[in-house]
Design a protein around this ligand. Structure first.
Ligand code: ZN
Length: 185
């Protein structure tokens, strides 16, 4: 749970630290606004994937399911700046499938906390594996990190791509290629 009082104090101090006047009109409510915003963008800390992925449907097909272009926004733990983009989730069902909305919820559980892109990718793959009891899962995350694109050499629009493979995907190049091919269509 975000301690909004504490965050408000910290933002007031931050404004002083950067040479601003926390009492001026435009900033007077900023600590309160930022605290409320953090409560929302970090709400994933109080949520868990099992609750969403626990809702499944029976399925006899064992063929790959791919849900692509799930939009997400997260916060980089190194700079407290947003990173955002798309998540693609593939899995090999073993009796159970779930809906796109449940996968999207799962992405939010892990995106709405301080994160690293690599960890976010792995956590989504692990949750899908565990909660759906599937034979394999593969997750790709494509994201723009504002901590990089807002400063220095990185150009806006450039993206970082991470992949996590679990179960049958780990050693099966055919499955991996099928994932990449399905993504392109
Ligand atoms: Zn960063």
């Amino acid at each position: 749970m975000v301690d909004e009082k504490k965050v408000q104090q910290a933002i007031r101090l931050l404004l002083e630290g950067i040479g601003e006047d926390p009492a001026r009109e435009g900033l007077i409510d900023t600590p309160q606004r930022v605290a409320r915003m953090y409560s929302e963008v970090l709400a994933g800390m109080d949520d868990n994937a099992a609750q969403h992925l626990g809702r499944t449907f029976t399925a006899t097909s064992k063929d790959m399911v791919l849900e692509r272009d799930i939009t997400f926004f997260s916060t980089c733990e190194h700079h407290l700046m947003p990173f955002f983009g798309k998540v693609h989730i593939a899995y090999l069902p073993d009796g159970k499938v779930t809906g796109l909305s449940k996968l999207a919820r799962t992405v939010e559980v892990f995106a709405r906390r301080l994160q690293m892109q690599e960890r976010l990718t792995g956590q989504i793959a692990d949750a899908v594996m565990e909660e759906l009891g599937c034979r394999g899962a593969m997750v790709m995350v494509e994201a723009e990190h504002t901590c990089m694109t807002m400063r220095g050499v990185k150009k806006p629009g450039s993206s970082t791509v991470t992949v996590a493979m679990r179960g049958a995907f780990e050693k099966d190049e055919k499955l991996q290629n099928q994932f990449y091919q399905m993504l392109r269509h």
